[in-house]
Write a protein that binds this ligand. Structure first.
Ligand SMILES: [Zn+2]
Length: 479
């Protein structure tokens, strides 16, 4: 199951051992920074989960209280209400159920007012986009005046959904910056020890991609303004204009992430599916392997899968799965079973391709009974014409003509794939036998006939380019 750690004390009925283990697993994943430990770390990872599960059980058994036991349903309802409140405050994930009607009304002809979700990074949402999961911005605020620092922290947390760390002088700021890797640094100029200017120079040297906002109370010092403009990304005067602070920070967070992305090497993966769970079934193991390799992953789901079950719960499930594999998620709102392979779908995919600039794309095969899958294949082939590597995964509806040429071993990642698929409970409940662990395992086992090992995901390669033959030039010419 994919869920965050939640209170398990004093429940009626009491927390199960499985719940203790799940909580321990989430904890270890978060602390170790991976959902897919390498072979070398698998044992210590599993041991930590087991030990923490035991400690959790003991803790729950030994806690004493005179309060009446908590009703599970009431607790879950409270959590949903809280997350709705938080999401409303910061305008993003997780999308609370209560805001769905507003989002759904983006589809023309629906009842209700068309309220687009507030966008913390100030980006225009592409047409039909319902939702996008993002990691909240991390900001380091440096000021020896504790009141100012707290004020900035509060404003950024409440209005921009940031996670804010504080430092009260330049030296501790450098240490903190190295530890938390902020998206943006906001610093005072005049501080004891290392001044804001010296801090700025040091940060430029150590973390050249991190934007820095400088604040000062001395408005009259115009020369400082011009001197700083050369190096600081933004200059704010105290007392701070909160709206301007929020605007500058959100803009620079985006800038920072763009710079970081450009500086990073490694693959940029885009996995495209017609419905929630298509991508996870087709390349769940491969995505887990990409995640373990530190590649950036984006999942694009073109419909909310209303025909295959409740669209809201399917969207929650997609989100849980994306979080688990560390992927960014785009969910579009094309009509389930009526997806076109033509212009409108091509444009939706092109927008995402334009934004994330993938180096590898996974999509549906043309050899598939489902019309949506074929349409997505067709539109993807057009929209990804400039992408170096494009390959098609197998869906449960693949036809006998599905003919893979590449066999990717996922021995180490089969468990991760099974966990990803566990996220799609509403589908499992609807008797989708292809989601059963045994079915998934057997399919992967079957393809290992060709790929070796014990588990393989097959791919039909549409196009594959490699560095040494001048991939860039070749793909350019083709388009
Ligand atoms: Zn599908």
């Amino acid at each position: 199951m994919c869920r965050n750690i939640v209170p398990l004390n004093n429940l009626e009925p009491a927390a199960t051992d499985e719940e203790c283990r799940e909580a321990a697993l989430q904890f270890v994943r978060k602390i170790s920074g991976t959902t897919a430990p390498s072979r070398a770390n698998r044992e210590v990872f599993d041991r930590a989960v087991a030990e923490i599960a035991v400690a959790t059980r003991r803790l729950l058994d030994d806690l004493v209280t005179s309060a009446p036991p908590k009703n599970r349903e009431e607790q879950a309802a409270k959590r949903r209400a809280r997350s709705a409140e938080r999401a409303a405050g910061r305008g993003w994930s997780p999308v609370p159920e209560s805001t769905y009607p507003a989002r759904l009304s983006l589809r023309p002809g629906d009842e209700g007012t068309a309220v687009a979700p507030p966008n913390p990074l100030g980006r225009e949402s592409p047409q039909g986009e319902l939702y996008m999961a993002e990691v909240p911005p991390r900001i380091l605020v440096v000021d020896d005046d504790h009141d100012v620092a707290l004020l900035v922290k509060t404003v950024l947390e409440r209005r921009a959904g940031c996670v804010v760390d504080l430092a009260d002088d330049g030296r501790s700021a450098l240490e903190k910056a190295a530890a938390v890797k902020p998206d943006v640094v906001v610093t005072d100029i005049e501080m004891p020890g290392l001044s804001g200017l010296e801090l700025l120079a040091e940060l430029r040297r150590l973390m050249p991609t991190v934007p820095v906002i400088v604040m000062t109370a001395h408005v009259s010092v115009e020369y400082a303004v011009s001197a700083l403009r050369a190096q600081a990304d933004e200059f704010l005067t105290k007392p701070l204009d909160n709206a301007r602070l929020v605007e500058s920070v959100t803009r620079l967070v985006e800038e920072s992430r763009r710079r970081t992305a450009e500086a990073k090497t490694g693959e940029v993966v885009l996995a495209i599916g017609a419905h929630p769970d298509d991508v996870e079934i087709g390349v769940g193991g491969i995505l887990a392997a990409h995640a373990a390799a530190g590649d950036r992953i984006t999942i694009l789901t073109l419909s909310r899968g209303a025909r295959g079950g409740d669209a809201d719960s399917r969207q929650h499930e997609s989100l849980a799965a994306a979080e688990q594999v560390g992927a960014r998620l785009f969910v579009k709102d094309l009509v389930d079973t009526e997806i076109s392979g033509g212009g409108s779908t091509v444009r939706l995919i092109e927008e995402v391709v334009q934004e994330i600039q993938p180096t590898i794309v996974y999509t549906h095969s043309h050899h598939d009974r489902h019309q949506d899958h074929r349409a997505v294949n067709e539109a993807t082939i057009v929209a990804t014409r400039r992408v170096g590597t494009v390959a098609c995964y197998q869906s449960p509806s693949a036809t006998i003509d599905y003919r893979p040429t590449r066999f990717v071993r996922i021995d180490r990642f089969l468990d991760d794939k099974l966990r990803l698929l566990e996220c799609f409970q509403s589908q499992a409940a609807a008797n989708r036998e292809y989601l059963e662990p045994e079915f998934v395992t057997a399919t992967a086992r079957y393809w290992s006939r060709f790929g070796g090992g014990v588990a393989v995901e097959p791919l039909e390669v549409v196009r594959e380019t490699a560095e040494f033959i001048g991939a860039h030039e070749l793909t350019r010419r083709e388009s």
